[in-house]
Design a protein around this ligand. Structure first.
Ligand code: FNR
Length: 366
């Protein structure tokens, strides 16, 4: 009775299937958000407050939506963002995402808390396939230094330091479903308390003392571009630029951390005008994640000034329900949607996307 893969017509369809076929604990870990899950729901619905102002009578016969992120050319402006514990959903874990990312020429961000080892994921990559590293910073900086330098040695092209998780959020669905799986070989080690759900069980090593003062240290131990993942206000974007990092991800961790954090797309609409006023819009690459489910969401983010968007749960659900063919299809659906919607708003390339193509009056900043 499970729908065949060809019956999934959009990214939401994978979620509906996954919900029915996944193990309860895995579903609880992937799908949960913090507290009342207000932010998690807002992430997708915030995109619904933005409308298009399409252009007509432009030649849209050929559509090219390739772009670059941190210097890497990609087929479409999204990347697979870091999500921990891939083996909860699929016995092969994150390498499934690696293979799909290769096929579609997009970048995968490898989580610190992957189920597969870092090297297994790097080994699954082929040829010049580009990957990024997501970093949870350990209280023991020597461990962190080793992780970072190993990632650089293995040719990771970006270090995404997660800055929105000094303590893991309270995801009650996850806590209720007692976490007993051993789907991970993560660095957290043995002293884990499973009564708090999967997330908390694996995250006790994260340093809540991490601060802006640490940024120069990261810059001293690696030449990889540094991107702060989880920035939520314009003041911090400015501080990031002043600190000399190469990027920020406007993100609330998929609604899994601070409930009532604003959506990344909403924050983007606040950030870009301020940067443009200062002439700083090219000093940093801005990414957005959270609730991206449609190519129109991607297009809206790019119109507002993002370089690319991260997508998390949909690929986990596709991988859990259908394995790699599921992730392939999810990515292909986004490419198909992208081609059509670029055409319908009257843009044949990513460079043409600009703020005049969106009506943001529905966002709460107005
Ligand atoms: C995450 N996310 C995340 N982020 C991070 O920096 N380190 C991590 O280990 C994880 N783990 C993780 C697990 C799961 C199951 C989810 C759903 C998310 C957050 C992730 O990178 C991203 O910010 C959100 O997933 C984006 O929102 P969507 O696309 O899932 O709505």
């Amino acid at each position: 009775r499970m729908p065949i893969l060809e019956q999934c017509y959009n990214l939401m369809d994978f979620e509906a299937v996954a919900r029915n076929v996944m193990k309860k604990t895995a579903w609880a870990y992937y799908s949960s958000g913090a507290d009342d899950e207000i932010t998690m729901r807002e992430n997708h619905s915030a995109f619904h407050k933005i409308w298009f102002r399409p252009r007509v009578l432009v030649d849209v016969e050929k559509i090219d939506f390739t772009t670059t992120m941190l210097g890497t050319k990609v087929d479409i402006p999204f990347y697979v963002t870091a999500t921990a514990l891939g083996k909860l959903g699929n016995p092969e874990g994150e390498v499934v995402l690696t293979r799909a990312a290769k096929k579609h020429n997009v970048i995968q961000m490898i989580p610190t808390l992957a189920s597969c080892s870092f090297d297994e994921i790097m080994d699954a990559a082929e040829g010049d396939q580009v990957q990024w590293m997501q970093l949870y910073v350990n209280k023991d900086r020597e461990i962190t230094k080793k992780i970072v330098q190993h990632a650089e040695k293995r040719c990771c092209k970006g270090l995404f330091i997660t800055v929105d998780a000094p303590q893991l959020g309270r995801r009650e669905k996850d806590m209720r479903s007692k976490f007993t799986d051993t789907g991970s070989n993560v660095q957290a080690g043995s002293s884990t308390d499973n009564s708090q759900g999967a997330a908390r069980a694996i995250s006790s090593f994260i340093d809540p003392g991490l601060s802006w003062k640490d940024i120069p240290w990261f810059q001293s131990i690696t030449k990889m571009p540094i991107i702060l993942k989880g920035v939520q206000r314009v003041e911090d974007v400015i501080r990031a630029i002043e600190s000399g990092v190469q990027g920020v991800v406007l993100s609330n961790h998929g609604g899994r951390q601070l409930d009532f954090a604003r959506s990344g797309i909403e924050v983007l609409a606040e950030v870009m005008p301020v940067l443009r006023e200062r002439g700083w819009e090219n000093r940093i690459e801005i990414f957005v994640d959270g609730g991206v489910r449609r190519a129109t969401d991607i297009i809206k983010a790019l119109c507002l000034g993002a370089k690319g968007v991260g997508i998390g749960r949909p690929f986990l659900y596709a991988m859990s329900a259908y394995g790699q063919p599921g992730v392939d299809r999810a990515m292909q659906l986004l490419k198909d949607e992208m081609e059509m919607n670029m055409r319908l708003i009257g843009c044949s390339s990513v460079e043409q996307l600009n703020p005049t193509l969106v009506d943001t009056r529905g966002l709460s900043m107005h």
